[in-house]
Design a protein around this ligand. Sequence first.
Ligand code: HEC
Length: 262
Amino acid sequence: MIKKWAWLIGILAMPALSDDGIFDEYRDLMGDDNPAIFVIDEGEALWFEPQGPRSASLEGCDLGLGPGVTAGAYARFPRYFEDTDAVMDIESRLLYCMQQLQGRDRDALLAKPYSLRGDMGTELEALVTWLAAESEDAVIAPEQAHPSERAMYALGEEIFFYRAGPHDFSCATCHEQSGMRIRLQALPNLTNHDEAAEAFGSWPAYRISEGLVRTMGWRLQDCFRQQRWPGLKLGSEVSVALQTYMAVNAAGGVMTAPGLKR
Ligand code: HEC
């Protein structure tokens, strides 16, 4: 407890050093040692591991660039898939492949969509982390060719600016201006191309405060919570729409994930 307070006083006594400053320093100390590397390895192993009633691997999974093509696939999400006639984010696409190829039960897979603090991390989180690493340095290039993809962007934009809930907050309330912060945390302006690219391209990310890799789907449901909105479901239309909105605003930027966050 004493230690905790000392740490807090330390921060308060350093007005010039922001939260970002501290974590930038931490990142420098870590060098290239993002603990996410272990999760990347785990995700890769899971992709090739036969699982489920059909004892199949995910090697036949089509992430949009053809069955089994993983390099660069993450950077094109969210995207429209003909077989489901839906725009999907990476998590819902993986769930679909697990059902179709491995014969696994969707409800069981979604029983705990995101890991809790202290957990080892879920299979989906590991797979997403590996797939993001397979897109490292790739240009963020979400598809906007299909009418459903354009409709998803429009829906995402509408939700981004939609004010509701007990505080009458929208995403824009916290993420429409540059240089803002809440408590000690920097708030990216997600309507700005460069800031959207930096934010979007850095997820999934290893969260130092939680000792876990978190996905963009998780990030959004946590902002829903901060916004005092009802729980945001993994792979829901609202989640995919918001991800599409951010990805398109970020298009042309570079994928740096898995990131390292506070
Ligand atoms: C009450 C203010 C608030 C609202 C409203 C809010 N967020 Fe956030 N958002 C934050 C904070 C604070 C962080 C940084 C959290 C951290 O560092 O742990 C953040 C982080 C993010 C990030 C990650 C940025 C990065 O650089 O890593 C994304 C993406 C994001 N929010 C999207 C959204 C979307 C989409 C909505 C609307 C559904 C939303 N947020 C609503 C406060 C908010």
